[in-house]
Design a protein around this ligand. Sequence first.
Ligand code: GTP
Ligand code: MG
Length: 229
Amino acid sequence: MIKEKIVSPFVKTLVNSNALDKIEDNMMPLKRLMAYYRCAIMEVETKFNVLNEEFSLEYDRNPIETIKTRLKSTESIIKKLVRRNFPLTVDSIEANLNDIAGVRVVCSFLEDIYLLADCLLQQDDVKLIQVKDYIKNPKPNGYRSLHLIIEIPIFLKDEKKDMRVEVQLRTIAMDFWASLDHKLSYKKDIPEEEAKLLRQELLECAQISADLDVRMGEIKNRIVNKENT
Ligand code: GTP
Ligand code: MG
């Protein structure tokens, strides 16, 4: 009975796919790769901190409210490789997954998102791999954010290694909305009818929050313009 409890669906996936044996063989390279991704996160976070510092000197305000970083867990990596039918190898992680390293930048104002993204992409060690602008083209559920997949070098003892990082830029309002949406998507025990209503309400809130972002930006600009006259 106890055994049944600890054998989670995840463990079953692992056993069925023989992933455990494969991971054992790859333990050191996997640890190393994850360390490289941690370094890449530090690099990107520092780049944003530097930009924030400079903007606060120049304009007397911080465009960045918070920076959140995350390294995808080994469990999530394996699940994603299995789900997408990619080989369960360390090389495959690097080649096929773009979101092992994640940096989320939360700004107060919409315009800061594009300002920061442009500044980041102008840097000569940053290579843009992919852009998904869910602000100009929100997802059908109302989700908004600017997603960039970038490649940046990390400098190791004897080599330079390009690492991919997923950068998500959003406003506080977008972040607030996304965390509630995330809660709903993980709640599997809500009856479908009710879940549908909640999704509809969330979609309406997404519109309200998009309007709020625009209005708050306009008010801020009017205040700044007053200060400058
Ligand atoms: P993943 O396989 O989930 O990485 O998706 P993808 O490769 O299609 O990438 P996409 O850029 O669309 O989304 C990547 C990430 O953005 C997700 O892991 C979430 O963090 C966030 N995201 C995307 N869509 C939504 C959404 O509808 N709601 C919320 N809350 N977050 C989302
Ligand atoms: Mg992802």
